[in-house]
Write a protein that binds this ligand. Structure first.
Ligand code: ADP
Ligand code: MG
Length: 498
């Protein structure tokens, strides 16, 4: 007999029954009792399995390489996270502004090079990316068709009630696929399961992230104007989050007839070439769009082969999502530079747009010539996060490590400090949620981070797409500093508007 590992860990007593109004049902998704959770979890797990809400299981060796092998449901929060509707609207409205901002910043090669010049001395990875960027500028390679698939992440700041940006992802923004599904799952549970669960499923905003991302890729492919061309998805050799990617690729095929080919950077180095007219070929196929779901971390470049591949992609006439300029525009250093007085104004002409963008900026500081802020962070390390130029989770420094790292960097002298930026630590409100992983659910005190997907497509002066494409809530145990789902810190969640 199949035995589903289903048990509650440390879920405490069943006291929450009192929160159910016998006439109206639950007052908030937070009020779920242990009893009700036990009833909902198996329904959720079945739904997840039947609807492709899955990732590769790390317990199964081949699950990151062979589709269909070793699938497990994606980790999720049993019910959506309450989130104020005013803040929701605010961040949705910001998506087109950030899309446009990235595009404007990407066009200013000197600003990118200059802002990152100190960072490159302290960080080889940033240095290598900047080298590619310089070569592209030297060769005067212009990217006329520009495609951005971004995700801007936010947290609510308990002290001020403001919603503040954590970071802007311009490369490999993940979970458009699974994020769309978790919203569907929550709507399903609210509409169809649990006798007492009379929440309003319409308060879970519709999530079209996967559809909109596929649409943007398809439209870019169309602009490239070669019916036989393909979309090249740059992937890591092992990817347990492959189904999130496959969702987008499947929609691309089903809705638009566009084929995708998945290759690692090493494979692209071996199999790719640029023909005399500048077009990129993988074997016999012409590539219209290069969609990066790898290439954002030094781990993706274990040898010179991968760097050669990145440069080749960049030099080709294929549409890069993202281009090296978009990639750099999304770096943490640039986020910090844009937060300096009068910098945003260089890229955004509309004053009210400047104000809207600035409103979501947290405190951000460069460590260069900034002894005062370093001193303050050493005195009150718990109020700051120290961030290197890395993506993908697990790299930031918190708490007393902030102090120790700063002291050490000061002792060592040189450019070491330039590898980091300092950020105000945001303390989001805590909630009580059931988190479900590997068929096991657990009640936890949690905090959440809301990601808003944005798509942007431009051909010369024509902006063809500039939208908010969908969203992703990630929820983690409140005692955990980091937030990545793939890195194992957080679960996928959606929004319940309050
Ligand atoms: P990465 O590129 O690795 O995703 P992030 O800047 O998004 O880097 O940081 C990773 C995680 O660390 C976030 O998802 C969030 O949970 C936490 N975090 C980052 N910055 C802050 C901050 N200023 N305050 C509180 N938590 C933060
Ligand atoms: Mg992040």
């Amino acid at each position: 007999m199949d035995q589903l590992k289903l048990q509650a860990i440390g879920s405490g007593s069943d006291e929450k029954h009192s929160a159910i109004d016998p006439k109206k049902g639950l007052l908030s998704p937070e009020d779920v009792s242990l009893e009700l959770a036990k009833e909902l979890v198996p329904n959720a797990l079945v739904w997840a399995s039947l609807h492709g809400f899955v990732v590769g299981d790390k317990a199964v060796q081949r699950s990151g390489r062979i589709p269909g092998v070793g699938l497990v449901h994606a980790p999720f929060s049993l019910l959506p996270m309450p989130f104020p509707e005013v803040c929701w609207r605010q961040v949705c409205d910001l998506a087109p502004l950030f899309n446009e901002l990235v595009d404007q910043v990407s066009m200013d090669g000197e600003f990118l090079q200059e802002s990152l010049s100190r960072t490159r001395r302290a960080d080889d990875f940033t240095g290598r990316l900047l080298d590619i960027h310089s070569k592209i500028m030297q060769d005067n390679i212009k990217q006329e068709i520009r495609l951005g698939l971004h995700r801007s992440d936010y947290m609510l700041d308990t002290e001020t009630g403001a919603v503040l940006q954590i970071e802007l992802n311009t490369i490999s923004s993940s979970f458009a696929g699974l994020g769309s599904l978790v919203s569907q799952l929550h709507r399903y549970l609210i509409s169809h399961c649990g006798e007492h669960l009379s929440l309003d499923s319409k308060r879970v905003p519709e999530n079209t992230a996967a559809k909109k991302y596929a649409e943007a890729l398809a439209q870019a492919w169309k602009e490239f104007n070669d019916l036989s061309s393909i979309v090249l998805v740059v992937v890591q050799p092992e990817e347990r989050n492959m189904y999130d990617q496959h969702w987008i690729c499947m929609l691309l095929k089903e809705s638009y007839g566009v084929s995708t080919v998945r290759k690692t950077l090493a494979e692209i180095d071996a199999e790719g070439e640029i023909s005399s007219d500048g077009s990129l070929h993988i074997g016999q196929q012409v590539v219209a769009v290069v969609y990066f779901r790898a290439g954002y971390t030094p781990i993706d470049y274990p040898s010179e082969a991968e760097w050669r591949a990145r440069l080749m992609l960049e030099r080709s006439s294929a549409i890069k999502c993202p281009s090296i300029s978009y990639h750099l525009a999304g770096s943490k250093k640039i986020q910090q530079e844009l937060a300096k007085p009068n910098v945003l104004e260089r890229f955004v002409s509309n004053e009210s747009d400047v104000l809207k963008l600035r409103k979501c900026f947290a405190g951000l500081w460069s460590l260069h010539n900034n002894a005062d802020i370093i001193e303050e962070a050493i005195t009150r390390p718990e109020a700051f996060v120290l961030k290197p130029q890395r993506e993908g989770g697990g790299n930031n420094i918190y708490g007393k490590d902030v102090k120790e790292t700063l002291l050490e960097l000061q002792r060592n002298g040189g450019d070491g400090l330039a590898a980091y930026i300092l950020m105000q630590r945001i303390f989001p409100p805590t909630h009580t949620s059931y988190l479900v992983r590997d068929g096991i659910f657990q009640q936890n005190k949690t905090v959440s981070e809301l990601g808003i997907f944005g798509a942007y497509l431009r051909n010369k002066d024509n902006v063809l797409i500039n939208n908010q494409s969908g969203y992703l809530m990630r929820t983690k145990i409140s005692s955990s500093d980091e937030g990545g789902v793939a890195a194992g810190f957080a679960v996928l969640d959606s929004v319940y508007l309050t």
